[in-house]
Design a protein around this ligand. Structure first.
Ligand code: GDP
Ligand code: MN
Length: 354
């Protein structure tokens, strides 16, 4: 799960990492809460916003409403923001790159840093990066190495790295990328931007997780806005096979959707919300083969979503795998039938339209 910048920064702050003072802006009316100079940042789930006009410094207060309008209207790599982050302007002396990430090949967490950060970091030569394993037992020596590498006193790097590391561990993160880490002209080290990804498989131990989670939307692909059958599946392979099976029966699939491993009510709800904006949907085919995903979680999500969305097209549901029995029981209590195979779902979907 990929967090939006303001969500990531909130977690950093909770772990004691310095972030700029800021507030969320939901509409232009809230411009009155701000005064220039202020940095306005589009809260879309993709990087490279600076180069695309998604990060603007507004100096004069009277220019703020127009800048807010511009940012809300600005499409960045296919995304428009639901909110903007308005932050105090930082006066930049130096910009660095610092990241913690899970390295699947070496099966450890790595501390990666570069002395120069900012929007051109991809251009940095690979061998200039600091790239070392980090864990509880090496935290102190990693702090020393990072301080030496970036050229700071230990006392400056200690709280930063301790905070980042604790944010990483306590939130079951797979990535925390701070770029830029800014040294201000007042000699403070502050996280200018943060990208953070959390491990979906750890969701069960984080009841507090309540994020926008727009990455799920990237797994939703519109195939034909005029299509008649919407699909919801888990795993890209099964999702593609489901789409193909719909087409093979002579029906028109409207979308591809892989709800991934951490399916929850929010993601199912959002899928339904998108599907009902398609004008000709006659049936929603749900095809879940649960491994990490649990059928009962999906069932709960379907029940909750069904209650919240009016005029939902008929659902044809096939579930298999982890916690299948519990799921069927939950759905039966709500009079929502399930079918044994995808084939039966497709047949039923087809029959109701003749
Ligand atoms: P990104 O382009 O999506 O990675 O967004 P960033 O938050 O990293 O912003 C892009 C660039 O804006 C940074 O690399 C800074 O060089 C520049 N910038 C200029 N002033 C500020 C400021 O006050 N705060 C922040 N965060 N960035 C600033
Ligand atoms: Mn950045």
């Amino acid at each position: 799960m990929k967090l939006i910048e303001h969500e990531a920064k909130h977690l950093l702050k909770t772990s004691g990492v310095a972030i700029p003072k800021g507030i969320l802006v939901k509409n232009r009316g809230e411009a009155s809460l701000l005064k220039g100079p202020v940095v306005l940042k589009s809260q879309v789930p993709v990087g490279g916003r600076g180069k695309l006009g998604g990060v603007v410094v507004v100096t004069a207060s009277e220019d703020i409403p127009a800048a807010i309008d511009t940012l809300f209207a600005l499409d960045i790599k296919g995304y428009r923001p639901h909110v903007l982050l308005a932050e105090e302007q930082l006066y930049i002396a130096r910009e660095h790159y610092v990241a913690l990430l899970v390295d699947r090949t070496t099966a450890d967490i790595r501390l990666v840093a570069h002395a120069t950060g900012g929007i051109e970091v991809e251009g940095n030569s690979k061998k200039e990066f600091l790239n070392i394993p980090i864990d509880d037992s090496t935290l102190a020596s990693c702090t020393k190495q990072l301080a030496a590498y970036l050229g700071y006193e230990l006392s400056k790097i200690e709280p930063l790295l301790l905070g980042l590391y604790s944010a990483f561990i306590t939130n079951d993160a797979t990535l925390i990328e701070v770029n830029p880490l800014i040294l201000t002209t007042y000699d403070d080290l502050v996280c200018g931007d943060c990208k953070m990804e959390l491990d979906d498989a750890a969701r069960f131990r984080h009841p507090e997780w309540n994020f926008e989670d727009t990455l799920k939307d990237t797994n939703f692909v519109v195939l034909d806005k005029q299509g008649t059958i919407a699909t919801i599946a888990n795993g890209a392979g099964l999702a593609m096979a489901t789409v193909d099976a719909v087409a093979a029966r002579g029906m028109t699939p409207a979308n591809f959707l892989d709800i991934g491993g951490g399916a929850n009510t929010e993601s199912v709800l959002r899928a339904f919300e998108r599907i009902i904006t398609f004008p000709r949907i006659e049936a929603i085919v749900i095809n879940i083969f649960a491994g990490i995903t649990r059928c009962d979680e999906v069932a709960k999500a379907i029940i909750a979503a069904k209650k919240q969305i009016e005029h939902l097209p008929p659902l044809f549901i096939r579930l298999a795998g982890t916690n299948f029995e519990e799921a069927v029981e939950l759905l039966a209590q709500e009079n929502i039938p399930t079918l044994a195979t995808l084939e039966e779902c497709l047949m039923a979907a087809q029959e109701q339209n003749v």
